[in-house]
Design a protein around this ligand. Structure first.
Ligand code: AMP
Length: 330
């Protein structure tokens, strides 16, 4: 019998019933597909591959797939490539498990709608309950933290690889254990994962070491950002700039937290043009004031202090900036 801290033991108790329900469904299916959201981040990948590897290890005869989008920066270097399956694969009964995705429309692989049974495991506000099991814990810093607790309840061996994937998800969504959503449980779970063999330095290097090229992006941001009257800091990376600097929209967005911890900056964002989609992607962050409801009004959503939005043109960017500034000042 393991001896966990009071905080971890309490969470394990809270998750016991739903974990049993989840594993009952897993046992019943020969095929399991694990999905997540578009533009996957560390928590999406960490949760998908953490759960996926655990299930592959303990159910070697089942057909378990991790599906969705690869990432131009993180895939291969940090996480394996996503599995590939044909549409016919879904002709048999499939259990779909969607992690870290508040609304079904944001799932990257649309075939999640073809599965016979669906489970939602998420920590975003439950704006769209879906699935035969809808398990949402908004108190959790990361879905990877939820998965870690679920695996502890299940009680079988958690390999170093699984622990490392889950650790990367927790590190990602907690901003390296810094965001307000980080709790005693986060540290308790991190301790357990580290004791399972996670190489902290290796994971941190993989996730955060940047290239010299990134300094050019930082220089651009420092030279071109704007700060509104009420403390909204933002930078715009349009398609022309991306091409001129040879920087992808994905990479340009990565530096949004350059404005964190600056006194007087209350909300900050990167606004990157996605020419191929004819839209602008906003990565929005806030020191205190909730921004998810605001993001929801602009084709987005997310967490209270970390959300995303979608804008259609430069006129909308102007209105977005003006309304956000007014909102901060209200
Ligand atoms: P990002 O800025 O892309 O790192 O996303 C921050 C958070 O907002 C994540 O939890 C995303 O899942 C969520 N998010 C980003 N974009 C959208 C969107 N268009 N709709 C709903 N949620 C989003």
């Amino acid at each position: 019998m393991h001896k966990y801290s009071k905080t971890v033991a309490k969470k394990i108790k809270e998750y016991t019933k739903v974990t049993k329900q989840i594993f009952t469904l897993i046992e019943k299916h020969d095929k399991v597909a694990i999905f997540s959201h578009r533009s996957p981040d560390f928590d999406a990948f960490g949760s998908q591959f953490g759960l996926g590897e655990y299930l592959k290890a303990h159910y070697p005869t089942k057909d378990i797939k991790v599906l969705g989008d690869n990432h131009e920066i993180y895939s291969i270097d940090i996480y394996p490539l996503i599995d590939e399956v044909s549409d016919e694969w879904f002709d048999d009964p499939v259990l779909g498990i969607v992690v870290d995705t508040a609304v079904l429309d944001r799932v990257s692989d649309k075939r999640c709608k073809k599965v016979s049974t669906l489970i939602k495991i998420d920590h975003h506000p439950n704006v769209e309950p879906y699935g035969d099991i809808c398990f949402v814990d908004v108190a959790s810093v990361a879905v990877a933290e939820m998965i870690a607790v679920i695996l502890l309840v299940d009680g079988r061996t958690v390999s170093k690889d699984v622990a490392s994937y889950l650790f990367s998800g927790i590190v990602g969504d907690s901003g390296r254990f810094k965001y307000a959503s980080t709790t005693a449980l986060t540290f308790g779970i991190a301790e357990i994962l580290i004791n399972l063999g996670v190489d902290i330095n290796y994971v941190y290097n993989q996730l955060y070491v940047q290239d010299i090229d990134d300094l050019r992006i930082i220089a651009y941001i420092l030279n071109n950002h704007k700060i509104t009257k009420n403390g909204f800091a933002y930078y715009i990376f349009d398609d022309e700039t991306q091409k001129r600097m040879n920087v992808s929209a994905e990479r340009a967005k990565e530096n949004v937290n350059i404005f964190a911890d600056i006194r007087g900056i209350k909300v900050w964002a990167s606004i990157t043009e996605q020419k191929n989609k004819n839209q602008w992607r906003v990565s929005l962050r806030s020191a205190e004031k909730p921004i998810n409801e605001f993001a929801l009004k602009w084709r987005g959503g997310g967490h209270v202090q970390a959300s995303g939005a979608t804008l259609l043109n430069r006129e909308e960017i102007e209105i977005f900036v003006k309304e956000l500034d007014e909102y901060i000042g209200s």
